[in-house]
Ligand binder design. Structure first.
Ligand code: NAP
Length: 311
């Protein structure tokens, strides 16, 4: 007999099709009457599939008495109440490693786009500006200092890329690691030192607004903020003010506090490069992430070890 899954996010076809082939899937995300769907199928649901950006309230989990596993189509699982899941014997899986290189590529692209003002230069050319004169000079990368906030899988891959561009690397995290890069215990002290502050930590309550007015003031007018982590990590109102006032030089952002809504004031900032959460958005990587979701569920329901367990 097929197991019943609740689908909490819009999923691409290359993930949905194998899920439909192996399980009975109920589309909670698109359901017009979610309460009616839960009343109808909630008692039989054994698995949940969601994306990295999905927030799953405990109140929903409490309505699924047979739930065993939540499979996240993403590496970040800040939308999952992990402690509650552990306490109730639920398994959680995510999709680490397979997306690391793409996300790190995006972070280093944002460093290049902000320092060399590539988006503005592209707009300048397309608007015919080149025939009137040269585009203004930008800033070189070599010799500059990048501070990685959260030197995990993605943070390390970013550091390697930025070293190749001639930057020096320092990092901040909850603990010093066995790496050659300089560890800075205080986030504010790291921000004061660096030219680029690159955020690569998990989202969630523990890191909410870690990048606040004080950190942005420390980053200062020579500094650029790069965020490929989660929008929640940055106090977006404080960031907009810092960009408008020239408190910091610029920002390169792949993530926002209230996606897909981006404040108009942020979109108006000439010194910001904004991307619609593209970190892992390649055919190759999303296919690997989908494979992990499918194989984790298959492993769980066949009693085998999970491939990439969170808990
Ligand atoms: P990871 O390997 O777990 O790395 C996270 C790092 O953050 C660890 O080094 C951890 O180090 C540090 N950290 C955790 N909590 C911290 C805190 N409170 N203060 C300071 N540092 C903290 O995870 P990953 O695979 O690199 O992914 C990182 C995040 O990137 C994900 O959680 C996700 O939100 C985001 N992401 C974004 C995209 C995108 O499309 N833009 C794609 C994938 C992932 P310590 O434990 O030593 O402190």
């Amino acid at each position: 007999m097929k197991n019943e899954l609740l689908i909490l996010a819009p999923l691409p076809d290359f993930l949905l099709q194998p899920l439909l082939a192996a399980h009975v899937c109920h589309d909670y995300f698109h359901a017009a009457d979610k309460a009616a769907l839960l009343a109808q199928v909630g008692a039989e649901i054994r698995g949940i599939v969601m994306s990295g950006g999905t927030v799953v309230p405990v109140g929903l989990l409490e309505q699924l008495p047979k739930l065993e596993i939540l499979s996240v189509f993403g590496v970040g699982y800040d939308g999952v109440p992990v402690d509650w899941c552990k306490a109730h014997g639920l398994r959680v899986t995510n999709t680490p490693d397979v997306l690391t290189e793409d996300v790190a590529d995006m972070a280093s692209a944002l460093v290049l786009m902000t320092s060399r003002r590539l988006i503005a230069a592209n707009r300048f050319l397309q608007a015919g500006g080149w025939t009137q004169g040269a585009f203004p000079l930008a800033h070189a990368l070599r010799g500059k200092l990048a501070g990685i906030v959260g030197l995990g899988r993605i943070g390390k891959a970013i550091a390697q890329r930025l070293e190749a561009h001639g930057l020096r690397i320092a990092y901040h995290g909850r603990a010093k690691q066995d790496v050659a890069w300089e560890y800075v215990e205080s986030l504010v002290a790291l921000a004061e030192e660096v030219d680029f502050l690159v955020v690569a930590i998990p989202g969630g309550a523990a890191t909410r607004h870690l990048i606040d007015e004080e950190v942005l003031a420390a980053l200062g007018a020579k500094g650029t903020l790069i965020n490929i982590a989660r929008g929640s990590v940055v106090d977006e109102a404080a960031l907009i003010a810092a960009l408008q006032n020239g408190t910091i030089r610029g920002a390169g952002l792949d993530v926002f506090e209230n996606e897909p809504q981006v404040p108009e004031a942020l979109m108006q900032c000439e010194n910001a490069v904004l991307l619609p959460h593209l970190g892992s958005a390649t055919h190759e990587t999303r296919a690997e992430m989908a494979r992990l979701v499918v194989e984790n569920l298959a492993a769980h329901f066949s009693g085998a070890a999970l491939l990439t367990p969170v808990c």
